[in-house]
Design a protein around this ligand. Sequence first.
Ligand SMILES: Cc1cc2nc3c(=O)[nH]c(=O)nc-3n(C[C@H](O)[C@H](O)[C@H](O)COP(=O)(O)O)c2cc1C
Length: 370
Amino acid sequence: MNRRDFFKYSIAVGSVFALSPMLTSCAGVHRKSFYENHGGFTMPDLPEKTTRILSYAALSPSGHNTQPWIVKIKSPSEIIIQSDKTRWLPEVDPTNRETFLSLSAFAETLCLASHAVGFDAEISIIAEDLKDSDIFQVKLNEMPTKNERYLGFIKNRVTTRTDFDKKEIKTEQINEVLNIEPEHIEYFPLESNGGKWIAENLPEAVKQQSFNNDKQEELSHWLRFSKSEAKERGDGITAEALGLNWFARFVWYNFYSQKSAMEDSFRNRGIDTAREQVENCSGFVVLTSKDNSLDSIFDSGRLYQKIGLKLTELGIAHHTMSQLLEEEPWSSEIKSNLKIDQPVQFVIRIGYGEDSKPSIRRPVRSFVVS
Ligand SMILES: Cc1cc2nc3c(=O)[nH]c(=O)nc-3n(C[C@H](O)[C@H](O)[C@H](O)COP(=O)(O)O)c2cc1C
């Protein structure tokens, strides 16, 4: 690496969504669930298998890594998934669409982990509005274990924010992804018209969002500039999750604070980073939904997790970038520019690259209530 690159990779610390193309990656890091890290554990009134299932569900993706779930145990076979209002993101997600997507991804992981542990999870939507607090009812019925290999994918799935290789994704691999749900998944290679539109416009949307003080301040509350705070809270975005190299991590933990995130230089570096990220990938997977009903958003959140797990299985890195859906005019114009009829729920940058270090999580006991 030459001197210029060293600085480029070392000091490029900016907004979380953009931030990151640092050099360190963690090939071969295998995430353990909190449950495994602690040698398994039991919780009062909670069957051991339910604790295990929830420890996998907790590894689900969520916007800003807020982990907006509360799990209410009604009986050994019935739980309610609730939305934790203290973890909503009213600035970037005023309608709660993204929180609902995160909760739906959680429900999908819970379902897959249940199968692997020996339960069928019957999930019904009880929410009538994106801002309700009781969201899903889950009934667990014993059955023979199936698809245990999914537990490995759940543990290893990770959002990777480093630069990816630009080489094309193998046709058979992209077909495997599209075949999960052809009517709601589109792929735009970087060089396609749609891919070019995303790559040109995403950094502009990041710029607009980064220079909105309320949105930037909201983000700053989820950036973990202290290792002890990260350990204590188990949520938010750390330097490791951003894929920063050792020097940038040192700067991040020793010289940065929430206040730094409000400085122009921090915001500008984030925008530069976003530009590099979109230029360094194979293309973008776009997930759509039939409409904007709760049922359709639920399906889309579940699909997002299925796609993340499939990409993990195929060894393709992924990075969700939501600003085009959060900022106007892009959120209104995305459908016509991509020539898509249905509402867009996710824009995901993909490519071959080494996965980042898995992000932090809260322990099961912190989100279970009786
Ligand atoms: C609805 C939703 C929106 C997201 N938007 C972004 C985004 O704009 N930029 C980004 O870097 N990550 C985004 N993510 C990924 C989360 O930041 C990520 O899931 C979280 O930090 C946990 O990390 P993990 O996926 O590596 O487990 C999003 C995830 C969800 C579910």
